[in-house]
Design a protein around this ligand. Structure first.
Ligand code: UDP
Length: 384
């Protein structure tokens, strides 16, 4: 068991009532838990953060390898249109001016993402938005889809056959381990379609990567808060349930309730990370491999997130996989079946008066980082 911060203060500030040591026991040292802890500390509350893993920062954890900040649980690019959230994170870290502009490889072809005039011009040899729109409209019309009932139909009715077959179908089926016909339509709304020559993946007003990595940012958020690493909530509460007033739970909501209504499904990812003896492997931070036959979905070259010039480079291949106990859960699977089960868990959660459920796993939601921070700030406001 390790103490991350403030070991010496561990016995200081015993709670308001006899026997209660902490106003909040925060389960999980990811973004939600860290923001909640930071704000509650400002409000004069005493928090303890416990974390099952041996490090803080949850899935935004970064670690320095060969002088490069490596995103150990997949690429995290901070983007938001929420000015308050942007100002907030900038209090804890300086953000660089990285703009995400991924490239997609399909067989021996290479395209810019998101789908924009660069993509269309390469695909069809055209130049103008009118030509691209006509091409897409012609393909969509020939399909005759009136009401898209799943991701495949949604994608086809948005972008037509070529873009779907080359850039969406294989990638999506690998990522979710399901046929596009079985996936809900809304996932694809995350992919913008643009008729300008603009490779910026996100539409948000603000974007960047924290200089020095996300771990440093989370460390700052947790400054002055006690953190116990390698500490499992379910073990901890056996002996300490009386020590805490309220709980903030950011783990898997179905695990909290001991899976009594059944298991929610999650998608996990396996990373193969390699140090290469070359300066620049792929010339871009993110390269997606969109054909079904390539087993990984993308290769991340971490140094390009921070314009690194180190002599070596670090790359990670991402292999999506089904989650089972023992693996890290990454994505909730927001299809109909899981949505229904989550709604039932949500009812149980509402009845749990002294527990706040937060974050991607606690709320079973495909949250981006800014939304997690927004939710944590709102939760604090509702409490104090
Ligand atoms: N997607 C796709 N082709 C790509 C990249 C993304 O079809 O080259 C689709 C896919 O359905 C995926 C969704 O867009 O599930 C969201 O992908 P993104 O990379 O934005 O999500 P992340 O994993 O980074 O949260």
């Amino acid at each position: 068991m390790l103490f991350w911060a403030d070991n010496d203060k561990i016995l200081v500030g015993f709670g308001k009532e006899l026997g209660v040591m902490y106003d909040y026991l925060i389960v999980g040292a990811g973004l939600y838990g860290a923001v909640f802890a930071c704000e509650m500390k400002k409000a004069g509350k005493k928090c303890l953060v416990i974390e099952r893993r041996n490090h803080i920062a949850g899935n935004v954890f970064t670690e320095e390898i060969e002088g490069i900040q490596v995103h150990r649980y997949g690429a995290h690019i901070f983007h938001t249109s929420d000015k308050e959230v942007w100002d907030y994170v900038n209090e804890f870290a300086e953000f660089n001016n990285y703009v995400n502009a991924p490239v997609a490889v399909y067989k021996d072809e290479l395209y810019n993402l998101p789908f924009n005039m660069n993509t269309f011009s390469k695909m069809w040899g055209i130049k103008t938005p009118a030509q691209a729109k006509e091409m897409i409209a012609r393909q969509i019309e020939s399909l005759g889809i009136s009401e898209p009932g799943n991701l495949e139909e949604q994608a086809l009715s948005l972008v037509g056959t070529d873009v779907y077959e080359k850039l969406i179908k294989g990638y999506t089926e690998k990522q979710w381990g399901r046929s596009c016909k079985e996936l809900p339509a809304f996932i694809i709304k995350r992919l913008p379609l643009r008729f300008v020559y603009d490779n910026n993946y996100f539409n948000d007003r603000y974007q960047g990567i924290p200089v020095g990595g996300y771990t440093k940012l989370v460390e700052k958020l947790l400054e002055g808060t006690e953190v116990l690493l390698d500490t499992d909530y379910f073990d901890y509460v056996k002996d300490h349930s009386k020590d805490v007033e309220r709980v903030v739970f950011t783990g898997m909501i179905d695990e909290y309730f001991e899976h009594r209504l059944g298991y929610l499904e999650y998608r996990s990812v396996r990373f193969e990370t390699e140090i290469l003896e070359e300066e620049n492997y792929q010339g871009n931070a993110v390269v997606n491999y969109t054909e079904r036959e390539v087993p990984f979905t993308r290769i991340i070259e971490h140094k390009h997130f921070e314009f690194g010039k180190q002599p070596k480079t670090v790359i990670s291949r991402e292999y999506p996989q089904e989650w089972d106990p023992g693996k890290e859960p990454f994505y909730p699977i927001n299809d109909e079946k899981n949505g229904k089960l989550y709604a039932e868990y949500e009812q149980l959660a509402k009845a749990e008066k002294n527990v706040i459920f937060g974050g991607r796993l606690g709320q079973y939601r495909y949250y981006d980082m800014d939304k997690v921070i927004r939710a944590a700030l709102d939760a604090v406001r509702a409490e104090v």
